[in-house]
Design a protein around this ligand. Structure first.
Ligand SMILES: Nc1ncnc2c1ncn2[C@@H]1O[C@H](COP(=O)(O)OP(=O)(O)OP(=O)(O)O)[C@@H](O)[C@H]1O
Ligand SMILES: [Mg+2]
Length: 181
């Protein structure tokens, strides 16, 4: 996986597989402290301590279609390779939180890739899940809150083409201000 946006997509897909109804994605680009932080939190079915330990082992997966679960080990590796950190906290029946940090300027720190596409893919494919996305960089802050958007739609589904187009335009315009597509 080449891009942070694809790692985020993968981690959020784990949340959805765990029946999450709300997923919060918090991104902080702290250029002054040379630190990039990505936090993904869900209210899905969670994991026991033993399961959490196993998630970092690439030979553990509860998927039946493939034997090897690589999403989390690869994300952890991406963080480590750029002098960052990686942590998972989880509680059965409560949810899971994944936190990765990266040295911002590190030559091995992966680029963002297509963050708009990741968000739109998640919203279109999971219209019943609420996504809260917060992206901070210096004085810049962008928040996309599908719960708030939904409340203004008067019953129109959030994955209606007109709505999706509007959301996509909004994300593109805002993240474009900090050079992310
Ligand atoms: N947010 C989560 N909530 C509950 N369980 C999780 C969560 N994230 C991961 N898991 C558990 O950890 C396992 C490993 O996750 P990981 O993303 O590394 O691999 P995978 O999703 O099984 O396969 P891949 O990501 O390679 O398609 C999952 O199969 C699941 O059992
Ligand atoms: Mg996965």
């Amino acid at each position: 996986m080449e891009d942070l946006s694809l790692h985020i997509l993968d981690v959020v897909e784990n949340s959805i597989a765990a029946q999450a109804k709300k997923v919060e994605i918090r991104v902080h680009e702290d250029v002054e402290r040379d630190l990039l932080s990505i936090e993904i939190k869900d209210d899905g079915k969670g994991m026991t301590e033993e399961m959490v330990k196993k998630t970092l082992d690439p030979f553990f997966t509860t998927r039946t279609t493939r034997r090897v679960g690589l999403g989390l080990p690869l994300f952890a590796q991406a963080a480590r390779e750029s002098k960052g950190t990686f942590a998972i906290e989880s509680k059965p029946d409560h949810g899971t939180q994944v936190h990765a940090t990266f040295q911002y300027s590190n030559i091995d720190r992966k680029p963002w890739g297509k963050m708009t596409e990741t968000l739109i893919t998640l919203i279109v494919g999971n219209p019943d899940v609420d996504f809260y996305y917060c992206h901070q960089k210096g004085n810049f802050e962008y928040i996309l809150d599908t719960e708030e958007i939904r409340s203004g739609l008067e019953g129109l589904p959030i994955n209606h083409p007109t709505v999706v187009e509007a959301i996509q335009g909004n994300v593109k315009e805002n993240l474009g201000m900090i050079g992310i597509s």
